[in-house]
Design a protein around this ligand. Structure first.
Ligand code: SF4
Length: 286
């Protein structure tokens, strides 16, 4: 197996076989993100990916899940992605799920029919970093997609029969504009109603452009209690149309929350409102 640079994957892919089909992220412009700033984006040669898969088959016993890294595997041409999915199914018949990160633009470019064909070929989950439902925030962090595009992309994924796992970031608007971030994000979750929502809390690595904004005093971080208040407002506005697993139990979060919307909303709101012990800053991690 060959890996290039640091490897990132969603928390739920912790035990997956990870294979890089791209190096880096095609967008690579988000101001809060430092993950791929040291990598120049490229699609890996198909032959190299196939060699990695064969090497993994020789090396590992049971492979229950495969995650295709890096930043946005859906940037690949359909025929190449199909060939990789077919190879995984042939080499790892025990594999229960294949996952990728997908950008809203790549999903919208493919559309429901092509995404459904990828599901038929074995694609089992698409992770999308939505970050916020507020166009003001999305623009400020240079996400490269609007709230309407993100909503539509989530719908395309779900309509194609693939569960969408969508990440948002509490504190991303900072101390100025957190209400808009919370309300707009809650509304987007309700409108798009993805199968899974993950809410992280902003932590900024020194290599991320936003770090310089904080140092210069142009971005004021939201306080821990502000993050709790923001999450309450977000949940109050998240009126989903179908069950949505909501998790805010990442190492970056001040408080661990987990439940399924809409049924567990009141319980999670009560946990937030009654929170009197938030995670120590020193224990938080990206
Ligand atoms: S947050 Fe995602 S889309 Fe934005 S630069 Fe990082 S990897 Fe790329």
């Amino acid at each position: 197996m060959k890996y290039e640079g640091n490897i990132y994957r969603p928390p739920s892919e912790a035990y997956s076989l990870i294979v890089q089909v791209t190096i880096g992220c095609a967008h690579n412009d988000c101001t809060f993100c430092s993950m791929f700033k040291d990598k120049r984006f490229r699609v890996r040669k198909l032959a190299e990916v196939m060699e990695d898969l064969e090497a993994a088959r020789r090396e590992y016993g049971r492979v229950g899940r495969v995650f295709l890294a890096d930043g946005d595997a859906l940037v690949l041409r359909d025929e190449d992605l199909m060939a990789i999915l077919a190879k995984i199914r042939a080499l790892f018949p025990e594999c229960e799920r294949i996952g990728v990160y997908g950008s809203p633009q790549d999903v919208l470019r493919k559309g429901v029919d092509r995404m459904a064909a990828l599901r038929e070929a074995g694609l089992g989950i698409v992770y999308i970093g939505a970050e916020s439902g507020s166009d003001r925030v999305l623009k400020a962090v240079k996400k490269g997609a609007s709230a309407a595009e993100i909503t539509e992309a989530i719908r395309v994924i779900e309509d194609s029969g693939i569960p969408a796992s969508v990440t948002f970031i509490s504190g991303l608007a900072g101390a100025d504009g957190w209400e808009d971030h919370a309300i707009s994000t809650g509304r987007l979750i309700g409108e798009a109603s993805p199968s899974y929502v993950g809410l992280l809390t902003l932590m900024v690595d020194p290599a991320a452009p936003l770090y310089g904004e904080i140092e210069a005093g142009r971005f004021r971080l939201l306080s821990p209690q502000g993050v709790v208040d923001e999450t309450i407002l977000l949940l109050e506005h998240a009126n989903v149309q179908r069950p949505c697993v909501f998790r805010s139990n990442h190492a970056s979060n001040y408080l661990s929350l987990k439940g399924t919307l809409p049924g567990d909303k009141e319980r999670m709101l009560n946990e937030l409102k009654g929170a009197n012990c938030l995670k120590d800053e020193r224990l938080r991690m990206l």
